[in-house]
Design a protein around this ligand. Sequence first.
Ligand code: BGC
Length: 347
Amino acid sequence: MRGLWRTGRGRVRPLRWALALLAAALALPAAAAPAGDAWTTAATLHRGINVLGYDPLWTDPARARFQPRHFKVIRDGGFDFVRVVLFAFPHLDAGNRLDDRWLATLDGVVGGARAAGLSVILDEHDFDVCSADPETCRPKLLAVWKQLAARYRQEPASVLFEPLNEPHARLDAVHWNALLVELIAAIRATNPTRTLVIGPTGWNSLDQLSMLALPTDDRGILVTVHDYEPFRFTHQGASWADGGVKELHGIPFTDADAARIGRDLDRVADWSKANGRPVLLGEFGAYDRSGTPLADRVRYTATVRRAAEARHLPWAYWQFDSDFVAYDMARDAWVEPIRQALTGQVR
Ligand code: BGC
């Protein structure tokens, strides 16, 4: 394979990722779904986790925190899919061509996840750039998806494409719906039956579900929402949280909060039924550096997980490493109470 991972300081680790890729080529496809039916694909997804968004892997593989073996750790930990968080834009050249080394890294990631028996959502996460400046975003996003869709067109149905995380601001419903027409056409040119993961504007808010316009004859769409409510609990102390939330500390998770989550996910399940579309809860989680007692994070996490599963909504926790963590990279071990809340017996 050409240009496999740039070498950096210290040891080079391309071999492990190349082996993961080889293992994937030999692996059986995870639960194949019939063409074009997102309900069938959704039925193969249960418990997922967001990975790799903020890992040095993408720019300097030698410094990667996440290693190929972590896919097996995730599988053995009780999860059946990963949502791979991709920031592709910095890896485009002036002609909007994706960098070969970045693509080779992504090949290793897709292959490694598949080899571990995990389904994979490829999530394009340049949402801030796109939401602030849709005109600049449009050609880049279309170019990214033309290239990714062509490259991964032979992957099994267990590989899903999510064109853009959390559109918001200037990517309001009108502009997002218009961009979606082009994105879906670009991907469908090479992947007529691939399951696409698409959410409403407003940071994939459930309040915006009714504004999402999807092609009625395309049944290969898994709709996604993100739920961080109550925001003042999940984002307390987070530096990027607006509205005074970053100054908050010690906010507990209450029974009223739990009841609200149940009502919100009822609305999602009702929308799903009324519109004949499966829905994925693609992100939820509580910030881990705000002094929030772990016991409250655990109770919140178990509450959302239980509420989603009671409504047959597959879910993906935010996130494995970096922040909101379910895995402690320093100890190379799960934050076991969080993993239990996500995958253990529901109490
Ligand atoms: C963003 C992260 C953020 C998380 C929770 C994600 O969609 O990419 O940067 O930490 O949401 O706010």
